[in-house]
Design a protein around this ligand. Sequence first.
Ligand code: PLP
Length: 421
Amino acid sequence: MPMSRSFKDSLFKKLPEIAEHYGTPFHIYDEAGIRETGNRIKEAFAKIPEFREYFAVKALPNPAILTLMKTMGFGFDCSSVAELILSRRAGCSGGDIMFTSNNTSREEFQAAAADGGCILNLDDISLIAKVPRMPELICFRYNPGPLRTGNSIIGNPVEAKYGVSHSQIVDAYRLAKERGAIQFGIHTMLASNELNYTYMVQTARTLLELVEYIQKELGITFRFINIGGGLGIPYQPGVAPLDLEALGREVTDLFSAFNRRNGYTPALYMESGRFMTGPHGVLIVRAINRKDIYRTYIGVDGCMTSLMRPALYGAYHHIEVLGKEGEQPSELVDVVGSLCENNDKFAIQRPLPPIAENDLLIIQDSGAHGHAMGFNYNGRLRPKELLLNVDGSVELIRRAETEEDYFATLQFAPDTLITGE
Ligand SMILES: *Cc1c(COP(=O)(O)O)cnc(C)c1O
């Protein structure tokens, strides 16, 4: 099931009061659930001498969430200057941060090196010459190309824009070494929202084999391998979750075998976003209109600017109506926002119980790539974010955007360039 029993039990009874106090729409995240998943991840890989999760900041870039991740001992995976700043404000630097950029700019290299630095995860062989100062520890993103098929969201690696190709990978490490790097890591991310755990086992195997090949060529050893994010969550009821424990066991076996062959064990890094927070957030909206034309539309007070996955990927997000959780669905409806864009729908032809005006709808699994993907099309504003703490209290962790925020970048004073003839 999309939402855990315990999240439901603690949230649903408080929801009318929370909605009344803060006003809808809002995302609300479950601290207890995030901690539980964090502990499960640590437990699953506990037999590998060094394991660390680097939470993918882009999934839920909120300081309260990053602080929570830090208390669990996690680092952060960043791919923009803003994400670096957020991670550093959460108290991280150096080896706590992976900077996995793509098409990296000079400004990004500067930001990566500033304020205590981070682990640079380079995306291309041409960037070695562009790193202002080669750090002691360097990582490359690997793109296996035709040696591996990607899953549906990531697509075919041959068409994917990230990473160093197979034929360039040894040279990449050789060049980095010549420029002064002395410690090495390797990264790849070949799947997204993948529920089949064997996919990640295969990724770990691919990287460990590659490490053996590179170290033979260059006489170096590897400090870590990073198998990326991409662990899936079941968005639809009845879909089996990813078997994290089996993933942990099989990857641990690969690491033990690697140790027997090579006499050392690199660290294992992972950078999950969705798996860490996805199921532990929901978007709460209120029904404000009902419209019966060729179909029945339930209009709610949030729209796709608060959660664009349904519009972007046709993604399913489970919806429940507060107080009617046990009821049989009575009609097929489209649950829609107010954007002038016909794909502004949270659900299409979904069987739901009868919905009345003012009913609260719980749109589930919004905890990753939810609020974060928000935008302002049509002058729509991003909603607030709340955190349901372990002690039962609720905290506003981001206010809603205002029209003033929306107008903040508009240029009212003239700033004109008269171009020369
Ligand atoms: C997006 C991303 C992640 C997180 O992906 P999830 O599917 O949320 O686990 C991790 N690493 C990199 C490099 C990414 O781009």
